[in-house]
Design a protein around this ligand. Structure first.
Ligand code: F6R
Length: 611
């Protein structure tokens, strides 16, 4: 997962490329590079590290100004992070410059055959085959040369390419890998996602499979690989540019945690009515009969979205009495139960671009299953491939660790479960009626949770300064929450945090409990409280330092733990949304106290467009 940008117009390309790359560096920050054309010659600069390192490199060795260019920020897949392996990459004679996101799966075979034809490779990347192929198949016309090589490439790839012999042109393609064209007045932009271009435009076109975009001064042409012209149907987004500018808070992650009240409020807006849930996006295609015909639901997602999926499963099963299976996207594609058109697939993805989830979606479609996507990204590949899409309205999420998108996904899962229940039973029982009512108060409860826990967690995080291990325990929904809390602590605080179903500790893991080891006990579900308290007693008996997270008024638990954090009480299904907040804050403050770059954790990237 790397980030790609491009610009062609009348303005100086350098600041536009560098600024847009900075917005994309959540996609990878191993190295960065740009190439700029002044209409006659093209110059490139590349640097290991982040875009700021590339800026320093350009300060040392300025690049002649020009109004056309491409850029890249890399998350290394093939080849170490080095200047040599940084994009833009060129072939034997530097004629073509290529930036690439994705993986060319057949690059070994292509490289072998190109080597036989005399091509000399300088890098360990899969990408390098592309400029060599362009040289090999060069017709003298840039467009037909690109057309000639595209059928040879297998895998998922987004590419922006320049040719020194055609320095007034950029050609871009997007095969199962996002690349967006942004439209300005007499100018055009390219970027791997929409937020990177929000400072310049709100009008976009996501390039589709088998399409190539030919960008020349004042003109954007779109053609199929066979050369047939296509009219780009532009989408306009209403995201605010302020959302992607650097936050008042120290980090995007903290800003996004604090934005959850608004994110959930926006996600609920217009969808809760006095008579139930309204989801116009799926109302027409999903008649009552069709919903009633569903035999099984499969939720497919990765990482944090997968955790939202497990909570979704518990809610859907209870409200609908239909079996629900949750699978990691990366597993589902190769290992799934029998499927047919009565299996509803729900894919969850903040970015809407995760390659594993996209593959799982395709696999489900192969069996004729209807697919509903829940995503935060308008126009994303997953939203386009699914039959219907429900958007979370969290706004752009830029920190690598997902926070506001997660709580917004859970909110949409609740809405979807309630809506499906309406279709099946025409009415809500007392329990789901209570859920509906609690949803109306959810933004307020999130606000209270932030107020009640933020400073306390900041203090508490200090104890994690020199901890290497931490355990999170819970039962039922609290166990799922523990999984998400552990993931957050691993990715931003680099703490070996593990989540356990509280009742399972005694079956093995208790051997790891040593005096003073921090254990976070999640206890938000009233019907499980007695059992969790027993489990807390067990770890306390081994001298663990236990921090309880529970609802206001749970005094019995308070007596058992070393420290307690209270959150407001709401419907049991919504407790994981509130309780996720102190865990996110803990990961954030632990990460910062331990001196890590919480927005850009090591070895990670946000939008994982490779499998
Ligand atoms: C963790 C995190 C990741 C993502 C995962 C799926 O904080 O952000 O685990 O949840 O990579 O990403 P999406 O939801 O974009 O498919």
């Amino acid at each position: 997962m790397s980030g790609i940008v491009g610009y062609i117009g009348k303005r100086n390309a350098q600041p536009i490329l560098l600024d847009s790359l900075e917005h994309l560096d959540y996609r990878g920050y191993d190295s960065a590079g740009i190439a700029i054309s002044n209409g006659t010659t093209i110059e490139k600069r590349r640097s290991v590290g982040r875009v700021k390192d590339l800026r320093t490199c350009i300060l040392r060795e300025p690049i002649p100004s020009g109004t056309i260019g491409i850029g890249h920020t890399r998350w290394a897949t093939h080849g170490t992070p080095s200047v040599q392996n940084s994009h833009p990459l060129t072939g034997c004679d530097d004629r073509f410059l290529v930036v690439h996101n994705g993986i060319i799966e057949n690059y070994t075979a292509l490289k072998r055959s190109l080597k036989k034809q005399g091509h000399v490779f300088k890098t360990d990347t899969d990408t390098e085959v592309i400029p060599h192929l362009l040289e090999q198949y060069d017709t003298g016309d840039f467009e037909t040369t690109v057309q000639a090589i595209l059928p040879l490439l297998r895998g998922s790839f987004a590419l922006a390419m320049m040719s020194r012999e055609h320095p007034n042109m950029i050609i871009a393609v997007s095969q199962d890998n996002p690349l967006i064209i942004g439209f300005g007045k007499g100018e055009a932009y390219l970027a791997s996602d929409i937020p990177a271009l929000l400072p310049y435009t709100r009008e976009f076109y996501p390039i589709k499979n088998n399409e190539m975009a030919i960008l020349t001064l004042g003109k954007v042409q779109l053609k199929t690989y066979d050369g047939i012209s296509v009219e780009p149907k532009r989408v306009t987004v209403d995201w605010n540019v302020q959302d992607v500018l650097f936050p008042d808070q120290d980090h995007h992650m903290l800003k996004e945690i604090l934005e959850q009240t608004k994110a959930v409020e926006e996600t609920l807006k217009g969808r809760l009515t006095p008579v139930g849930v309204k989801l116009p996006e799926i109302e027409a295609p999903w008649s009552k009969e069709r919903v009633q015909n569903i035999s099984k639901i499969h939720i497919v997602a990765s990482g944090t979205s997968y955790h939202a999926g497990i909570i979704g499963k518990k809610v859907l099963e209870q409200l609908l009495q239909i079996p629900v299976q949750v699978s990691f996207s990366s597993e589902f594609r190769d290992d799934h139960p029998p499927l047919d058109d009565r299996d509803l697939i729900i894919v969850l993805s903040q970015s809407g671009e995760t390659a594993d989830t996209l593959s799982a979606l395709r696999e489900a479609k192969r069996f004729g299953c209807p697919v509903i996507a829940i995503t935060n990204t308008v126009g994303s590949t997953i939203s386009r491939k699914a039959d219907n899409t429900l958007y979370t309205k969290a706004g752009p999420e830029l920190a690598v660790a997902s926070t506001k998108a997660y709580t917004s996904q859970l909110t949409v899962m609740m809405l979807l479960a309630l809506w499906l229940e309406q279709q099946i039973r025409d009415t809500h029982d007392e329990y789901s009626q209570a859920l509906l009512e609690s949803l109306t108060r959810l933004p307020m409860d999130i606000d209270s949770t932030l107020i009640m826990t933020k400073d306390a967690i900041d203090q508490l995080a200090q104890i994690t300064y020199d901890q290497e291990h931490l355990f999170l325990i819970g039962r039922g929904l609290d166990y799922v929450l523990a999984l998400e809390g552990a993931l957050k602590l691993q990715e931003v605080a680099y703490i070996h945090a593990d989540a356990y179903a509280a009742g399972e500790m005694k079956h093995g893991t208790m051997a790891l409990i040593t005096p003073g080891v921090p254990v976070i006990a999640l206890a938000t579900q009233t019907h499980l409280m007695d059992k969790v308290i027993s489990n807390i007693k067990e770890v306390k008996a081994r001298d663990a330092f236990v921090i309880g997270i529970t609802k206001i008024g749970e005094d019995l638990l308070t007596e058992e733990v070393d420290q307690v954090l209270y959150i407001p009480e709401t419907h049991p299904f919504l407790m994981p949304i509130l309780a996720a907040i102190p865990l996110q804050l803990l990961a954030y403050y632990s990460g910062t106290v331990r001196g890590h770059d919480v927005d850009r954790p090591r070895n990670l990237a946000k939008s994982l467009t490779v499998e």
